[in-house]
Every structure is written in C-alpha cells, then in structure tokens.
Design a protein around this ligand. Structure first.
Ligand code: GLN
Length: 536
C-alpha cells in the first residue's frame, strides 16, 4: 500500500481538501484503487456537535457519521461512499487510547503521546487502507504545520513513512505564494518558512503545491525548488481556478500525477479524464442563467451550505445553465418584503438548520413560493417548515409550529421523534445516515427518481406529527415518500404547483458530478421553466 500525505502551511483555507480530492480522482483515473482519510486535530470526537459557523457544514455519511465537510469533497471527486473511519480526530484517537488504558491493555506501562497516541493514529490510517483494499491511501492533515495540536499527527505520519519505507510515501505540502500589491511580485518567503517548519519535524516534502492568484513564474518555481530542496517538477502552481472541478486538470497538466506514480514505481494505466472534462465544459459554458435563492441563517459563511452549492454546480452542468445563488438571511425577511427580495428569483431553497433564529423568515419565503408559484425545494428543516406553513395558512391552524421552537404549540405539527424522548447525550444521537424511502407510484417524486425505493441520508430529531397527516393530505400537500414502516413522512409535494417539493432527508449529500441530486435538479429545471414562463 502506498501513501500520499498532504500537509498545509502558511494559512488555513488554501484548498488542501480540494487538492487531496483532485489527486484521488486523478489516481483513480490511472486505474489505482484510491481512498482518502481526513485528519482533524480538534478534540471533538466528530463534527456533529459543532456550529456550521465554526468549520462549515457538517457532512453526513451513509453509516450515519457526522464528519468534516472535506469528506463531502472526497466523495464527490472520488465518487465513493466513505465511512466514519475515514475521518480521524484528536478526540477519537485519545478516546480509543484512554479506553484501552482503562481496560488494562497497557498494564504496567506509562501511556504517552509517543508511542501510544501515534501508534493509534498509524493503526487507524493503515486499517482504512486495508479495509478499502487500496493501492493508494491519501491522508490529509487538517490545520497548519506548526500548530500545537497537529504535532502528534505529523509525528505519526513521519513514523509511518519509516515503517512502510520512504519509497512508498509521497509528502505534498500546500502553501501560499502571495503577490505584493505595488510591485506585483510573487513572494516565496512564507513557503520557505513553512517548509523549514515541516523539515524541523523530520518531513521533507516531495512536492509543493503553491496556491496563488496567478500561475507561478518559472523563475519563482526555480527559486522555491532551490530553497525548499525539491525538484523543479515538484513545484506545482495552483492558481485560482474557475471551478474547483478544474483543479484536477491543472494538477494533471503540470505532471503531479506522473510524479507520484513515478515515485511509487507503479505502472500508470493511462488516464481518462474525458467525462470529467465534458462535465466541466458544460458547467463553464452555459447557454442560460437561473437565479436560485438560498434562505438560511448561516449565509455569511458559504461553507455552511457547501453540499447544496455543489449540488447546484452539478445541476448547472446537467442543464447547461449557470445557477446564480441569491443569498437571503432569513431574519432579514422578517422585516423585508418578499416580493422585493424574490423579484428576480426563479427558485427558492430552504436548507436544514437548528434553533429558532430565522424560522419565521423561512416561513415567509415558503408562503411566498406557495402563493406566487415560484418553485421551492425544502430539505430537512425546509421540509418541516413547509408543513408548518401549510398548516398555518392553508389549514387555518394559526398556532401550528414545530415543538423544537415552541414546546407548548397548540398544534405541534412537527414533533420530536418518539425514540428521541428522554435522550440526554447530544453527540451522534439524531436519526442519522442512509435510510430507505418508499416513493408512491404516480407522484412527481416517482417520476423524477424513476424508482419506488430510494436511499437518502438523514440528520434530524423531529418529524411530521402523524396525527396531522390525513388533514394535510386532504388539503393537497401529499406525502409521496415515506419510511419503510410507513410511519415517517419523507417527501412532500403540493398538488397544482409547478414544484413545491421538500424532503425530510438531505439529498444534497449524495449529489455527484454527472449524477446530480434528483430533487435539486427538479428545482433547477422547474426554475428554468418558471423563468421562461412555460406552462406546467
Ligand atoms: N432541527 C430539525 C430537526 O432536528 C431539522 C434538522 C436539520 O435540518 N438537519 O429535526
């Protein structure tokens, strides 16, 4: 098994995740079985208890684990379904070691960061590769070299390269080459310092991925090569791209994949990027544009909704229409006029969320979509709020609410899942992961999915209160997707509306290039028709 280890320096947010994902896609295209592990040096056991403002969206895998959003990028680029063990955190590694200590596995020993924590980290990395029968394991180390909390991980990957042999490990270091304003000169000093820091912990990079606004000049590549002790072919320029999906092409063209397969001395079975390039071409050469509004409460950090944004990119390529996102902060809508806010908007999305802030604004947006005919998609909270809005304004249950926001609501039309009652722990306790949804024949959902059984990912504590289902359906909002036991409402669609559809699950998590989320695609197509004034 071979290992590609990606570290980062200078700043966070340089796109290490996209670099790692792109490499995964490129190595896979060379016929190599590739998997990826993300290391997050924080103390949380998983990302599930973090606010999206902290690290962006919490991504959910099939197995129900709540993980770092980079795993979403890995899944989209590698077209793979990952598991919880593909995300290692400090919390997880320490929890394992402490549990073993209590069990007496280390009886008689002093338990220490080196070797016990580092051994645990190495074991977890190797086990993922073995489980996936991988030729190549990509390991992305979150954070920046020099951070106190990444030290044990850097030491672990250094040891790993000794254990498996340096010829079986490639170290890539991502840095920033800033351009100084007045003179416009590309500056290499931050890269030099960052590589020095990496070498101080015993890791010598084989290649440097230099992010920057513009492509690196040849003279700058040579300078970095000389000062950082890498071959000049190992200095890869990663300028701002038109799309993240262009990054693999940029890396491939500069020979990074060749450098890696040569280092490993594994035969390259030729690359096939035709389909990927076709996908990118359709996305970047649109024949039209459509405006979709995302009404949320984390709109100041776009990473909070990254899987929705990517799903719209996938739809943009599929429909060859640029999807412009119009961000609307839900709370602002409580004071504003929806007619003005949605004046040039062709479709509205209300994504998932937690807590009371912005709820009434989201309900205003849904009411506007229902009454004016603008296509609407709600996911998770956006599904629950569609039910609340409908009960209030179409059924006349004016005090309808979710008991998440008002535990004493006169009509708790969205209520706690029965199995959630009395739960005390907050970590990993929601209804999570992939569950089967049974889609009714003859519905719009059935027409779109083309199947009566679909698997989608979930993350919620509340659900439609079964006591109100008959009344809601009688008024025209049909539940066309239900859980296998028929108890849980999963998809809703309104009769007589072009597209007013919502799902209790999160279709955005399974959207992939060339295989967009069915419900997002439904929204974008309906928005295009709405834009063009087509009948339905
Ligand atoms: N807060 C809601 C629930 O817990 C919705 C969750 C979500 O949107 N992911 O059910």
């Amino acid at each position: 098994m071979k290992y590609v280890i990606v570290t980062g320096g200078v700043l966070s947010g340089l796109g290490k995740g996209i670099t790692t994902s792109s490499l995964g896609m490129l190595l896979k295209a060379r016929g190599l079985k590739t998997t990826a592990v993300k290391i997050d040096p924080y103390l949380n056991c998983d990302a599930g208890t973090m606010n999206p403002f902290q690290h962006g969206e919490v991504f959910v895998l099939d197995d129900g684990s709540e993980v770092d959003l980079d795993l979403g990028n890995y899944e989209r680029f590698l077209d793979a379904n990952l598991r919880s063990d593909h995300n290692i955190t400090t919390g997880k590694a320490y929890r394992e070691v402490i549990m073993k200590e209590r069990r007496g596995d280390y009886l008689g020993q002093t338990v220490q960061i080196i070797p016990h924590i580092t051994d645990e980290i190495k074991k977890e990395i190797v086990e993922v590769g073995e489980k996936d029968e991988a030729d190549v394991v990509l390991v992305e180390l979150g954070g920046t070299v020099g951070d106190i909390e990444s030290m044990p991980f850097l030491e672990a990957v250094r040891q790993l390269s000794m254990d498996v042999g340096r010829e079986n490990c490639v170290f890539l270091h991502t840095t920033l080459v800033p351009i100084m304003g007045v003179v416009g000169e590309q500056k290499t000093k931050p890269t030099q310092h960052s590589v020095k820091e990496l070498r101080a912990v015993g890791i010598k990079p084989d290649a440097i991925i230099a992010r920057g606004e513009r492509p690196l000049l040849d003279s700058i590549k040579e300078k970095i090569a000389l000062f950082c002790d890498v071959p000049v072919e190992g200095v890869i320029s990663a300028p701002d791209a038109i799309s993240i999906y262009q990054v693999p092409i940029i890396l491939e063209e500069q020979g990074l994949t060749d450098l890696i397969v040569d280092h490993f001395n594994i035969g390259s079975k030729g690359e096939d990027l035709t389909r990927w390039k076709g996908f990118l071409d359709k996305m970047t050469n649109p024949i039209g544009e459509v405006n979709i509004s995302i009404v949320g409460k984390y709109t100041h950090l776009m990473d909070s909704y990254i899987s929705h944004l990517e799903a719209f990119h996938h739809c943009a390529s599929e429909t060859q229409n640029k999807v412009n996102i119009v961000w609307v902060e839900a709370e602002d809508l409580e004071k504003g006029d929806p007619k003005m806010v949605f004046k040039d908007v062709h479709g509205i999305l209300v994504p998932g969320g937690f807590g009371e802030r912005g709820i009434e604004g989201k309900i205003i947006a849904i009411n506007h979509a229902r009454e004016t005919g603008i296509p609407y998609l709600g996911t998770c909270l956006g599904f629950q709020l569609l039910v609340v809005e409908f009960c209030r304004n179409a059924l006349g249950l004016t005090d309808a609410n979710s008991s998440e926001f008002n535990p004493d609501a006169g009509h708790p039309v969205v209520d706690l899942l029965p199995e959630q009652i009395g739960l005390e722990d907050k970590g990993a306790t929601m209804r999570l992961g992939s569950h089967e949804v049974i889609v009714s024949e003859g519905s719009m959902a059935h027409e779109m999915y083309g199947s009566t059984k679909v698997l989608e990912r979930h993350r919620h504590r509340f659900e439609v209160n079964p006591e109100y289902i008959d009344r809601i359906e009688a008024a025209g909002l049909k539940f066309t997707g239900r859980s296998k036991d028929g108890r849980r409402m999963e998809i809703a669609e309104l009769e007589g509306h072009r597209y007013l559809t919502a799902s209790q699950f999160h279709p955005e998590f399974k959207s992939r290039p060339l295989r967009p989320s069915i419900l997002h695609l439904g929204l974008v197509k309906a928005a295009i028709d709405h834009r063009d004034g087509k009948d339905f």
